[in-house]
Write a protein that binds this ligand. Structure first.
Ligand code: ZN
Length: 443
């Protein structure tokens, strides 16, 4: 059975100090709608800019910064990785995090406080199916003796080899499938760390102001200074947590097996960007396949579902029978007594709701505009409807024949005209408008 998307059950609040900035910040966590994704809102700034968790917003910064930032239009939020790692591992797809500063608090240096707070709030399943990206072909990146490769796999797995030319750290290895159980037991408590020599250097550069011996494992010659390890190999576990968080910048969970050797945030982000590119190329290819339209057989429901994100019971097109890519389509919808909407509209005299006839035409419109090469790999958002006229009712047993034609097509918006008929008689007509988004809900 497919999983559904998840958000938190109720809002909650956390406060803490940024590890680098040393400043106190407050976080408000709020549930978000299906398909909304994860967004941060800088409520301390004018107009409260929103930064979505999408690959384009992952910032490639100086690798010595030692944290992952996201940003857009000059507004950034630092040290998002531990929180994202927790969100990824508990399966949160949709969430709003309001923040009144530019760095996620470091808490105890691990993901534990975020994890506890989310579990205390509770997690709820939503209506929409969870989206994943399954890596299709191996991808590798490397730099200065560090490397990362992701291979196709049924689950999300991480195998990490850490190596420091240091008597206390040396080599550590961690390999496991990543799920909530394993994350909670083996990963979430691993704290951030640095070498004693690096600590001095970071402070000199004005970083690590919020770090202390409790929230950061500072590694001396042969021991951790003024602290005790939670696991013997806590360091590699933390590296795994960082990697999981960095890869969640994809915006949806990944299915694939990552092999990492000595990788840090900069290389993690480089891999992420390549995964994002593969994802984009894949959805373009999927579109390309279905738009190789075969006039003899038309386009069946399986092909339609490669273009439209809609699913039963809200997919209201059965078959596309004629298609001029990006220009015009004719489609059918067989209206049967089994439709869910007849249960309440109206049981004694079932009628297809007029708005659903418009929605059905809009879905045909969606297929029509998304077969225009300029819009491949995008999602059409139904933005407006005008001049709707309902001419007669539609009842179980009717076959809706919908003809939709593009009247104006621009890069960001498209206008269409649609008419639906039953037995040659017009039942509804309307003008519709779509806009496009790059966020694809399709694999
Ligand atoms: Zn970290």
């Amino acid at each position: 059975m497919a999983d559904n998307q998840r958000t938190i059950k109720k809002p909650f609040f956390l406060t803490g100090v940024g590890l680098h900035s040393g400043e106190k910040v407050d976080l408000n966590f709020r549930p978000a709608d299906d398909n909304a994704g994860i967004s941060f809102v800088r409520i301390d700034l004018p107009n409260q800019p929103v930064i979505k968790v999408v690959p384009e917003n992952g910032l490639m910064e100086d690798s010595n910064i030692r944290c992952t930032s996201i940003g857009k239009d000059g507004v950034a939020i630092r040290t998002v990785e531990h929180l994202l790692s927790v969100l990824s591992s508990v399966g949160i797809d949709n969430l709003v995090v309001e923040i009144n500063g530019d760095e996620i608090p470091g808490m105890d240096g691990s993901g534990l406080e975020f994890y506890k707070a989310i579990k205390a709030s509770g997690i709820v399943e939503q209506e929409s199916e969870k989206q994943f990206f399954s890596v299709k072909e191996p991808i590798s990146v490397e730099s200065n003796g560090s490397s990362l490769t992701i291979f196709p796999a049924k689950e999300f797995k991480v195998s990490y080899t850490m190596y420091y030319d240091h008597p206390f750290l040396g080599a550590q290895y961690f390999s496991s499938e990543i799920n909530e159980d394993i994350f909670e037991k083996e990963i979430v408590s691993g704290r951030t760390f640095c070498l004693e020599s690096e600590a001095a250097e970071l402070r000199k550069r004005g970083l690590g102001k919020g770090a202390n011996y409790k929230n950061t494992l500072v590694v001396g010659e042969d021991a951790v200074i003024d602290n005790e390890l939670r696991y013997d190999d806590e360091f590699v576990r933390h590296k795994v947590m960082d990697l999981i968080g960095d890869l969640y910048l994809l915006g949806i969970p990944i299915k694939g097996h990552v092999f990492a050797t000595k990788s840090g945030h900069a290389l993690n982000l480089e891999l992420l960007k390549k995964i994002a590119k593969q994802k984009k190329d894949c959805s373009k290819k999927a579109h390309q396949e279905v738009v190789d339209f075969d006039p003899e057989n038309g386009m069946d429901i399986q092909q339609i579902m490669k273009i439209l994100p809609h699913r039963y019971p809200f997919l209201l097109v059965d078959r596309i029978v004629e298609l001029e890519k990006g220009k015009r389509a004719v489609a059918i919808k067989n209206v049967t007594m089994n439709e869910q909407f007849f249960q309440g509209h109206f049981p004694s005299r079932p009628l297809m709701p007029g708005v659903l006839m418009v929605e059905a035409m809009a879905q045909v419109g969606g297929v029509t505009v998304l077969t225009n090469e300029a819009h491949y790999g995008k999602v059409g958002l139904f933005m407006g409807v005008d001049k709707v006229k309902f001419r007669r009712v539609v009842v179980p047993g009717d076959q809706l024949v919908m003809e939709v034609e593009v009247t104006r097509d621009r890069s960001r918006t498209t206008q269409l005209k649609g008419v639906a008929k039953v037995n040659g008689d017009v039942v509804v007509e309307a003008e519709m408008m779509f806009s496009f988004t790059d966020i694809s809900y399709l694999e």
